[in-house]
Write a protein that binds this ligand. Structure first.
Ligand SMILES: [Zn+2]
Length: 338
């Protein structure tokens, strides 16, 4: 197990035997469970953003302080490796127990400014899967919905004319409920319709939303800093909803764009939304393979073994905020080899 890293927000006082014992127990349990009692297992975690400050309208995204704690736990109880190293060592039988990869999806600017420094300080390698169509000022439809509802004047949001009812928007709780309801109802609509609805909502809020995404030159900078960049399509469609030619173009154009920015071939791809059979299928797996990717990742939870399909590698998000629960949930996930 690695030593505690420089930042110690979540660490017990040094020399405190009582505080350290449970940690040692967890570490020992971690080494055994994460190794699958002999069989190599690779955990891949995925996140989207690390917020500068807590945001009541984005309760599922960790803020910098929470993510620093998570990074400390990963550095303490697990063995962070890059995706390249993890998959290579899974193949050649040298994967360390507790091996874990950290990935981010979509291409948010805070991956560079907030998450990367936290991970760098703890020697945690990162892979970022970037939807290239939003670089340099773009915004994804779900962010447009959240930011528009954040800035609505308190009162009733009437979307009856669009078929989506009336929503009370007063405080954080009612705004969050409206966001949850609309994102849930719109998520699987055709892409064009989804965008139109989000744009209509933005127009009604009257607020112009700043882009939270990376710029092109920042993608180049990240790659030069040793962060792995992976493909995630151009516009983040649900691939299973598209015809084969358009899906191919989404994947191929994204790969070309990102290779142009990083100056190196992309090795890994993450399927948008990422649920096997719902958001993508075997057709997309073979497409990704034919386009030259070495592996592709889903959002189905579980852990990878030597038997796992390289074009449908599982990932999961450990959402617990307490140390023991986080470690245990991450360990328990390793029981589900795909
Ligand atoms: Zn995504």
């Amino acid at each position: 197990m690695r030593q505690l890293s420089a930042s110690r927000e979540a660490s017990p006082p040094r020399g405190s035997i009582r505080a350290r014992s449970p940690r040692r127990l967890l570490a020992a349990a971690g080494a055994r469970v994460a190794s699958g009692f002999g069989a190599p297992r690779l955990s891949v975690l995925f996140f989207h953003r690390v917020l500068r400050q807590p945001d009541p309208l984005r309760p599922d995204e960790p803020d910098a302080e929470q993510f620093a704690r998570i990074a400390d736990w990963l550095a303490t109880y697990f063995r962070p490796v890059s995706l390249s190293e993890g998959l290579e060592r899974l193949d050649n039988g040298t994967l360390p127990s507790g091996a874990v990869c950290v990935t981010f999806d979509d291409g948010y600017e805070d991956n560079l400014s907030v998450a990367a420094p936290i991970c760098r300080a703890r020697d945690i390698p990162l892979t970022l899967f970037v939807a290239s169509g939003y670089l340099d000022g773009g915004i994804m439809w779900n962010d447009l919905v959240i930011e528009s509802i954040r800035h609505l004047t308190p009162g009733v949001l009437d979307l009856g004319d669009l078929g989506y009812g009336r929503h009370q928007v007063e405080d954080d709780a009612t705004r969050l409920a409206a966001i949850g309801s609309l994102l849930g109802q719109w998520k699987y609509l055709p892409m064009q319709r989804r965008s139109e609805l989000a744009e209509t909502l933005a127009a009604r809020s009257g607020h112009s939303v700043a882009s939270p995404m990376l710029a092109r030159n920042q993608v180049s900078q990240l790659a030069n800093d040793g962060i792995e960049i992976g493909g995630h399509t151009v516009s983040h469609p649900i691939l299973a909803q598209m015809d084969a030619a358009t899906a191919r173009q989404e994947i191929a154009d994204n790969k070309d764009a990102l290779e142009g920015l990083t100056g190196r071939p992309l090795k890994f791809f993450a399927y948008p939304n990422g649920l096997p059979q719902k958001d993508f299928n075997e057709e997309h797996e073979s497409l990704v393979k034919r386009l030259g990717y070495q592996a592709a990742l889903s959002t189905e939870s579980g852990v990878s073994s030597t038997q796992t399909n390289r074009y449908c590698l599982p990932r999961f998000t450990p959402w617990d905020r307490s140390e023991h629960r986080f470690v245990l949930r991450t360990l328990l996930n390793t029981r589900h080899a795909r």
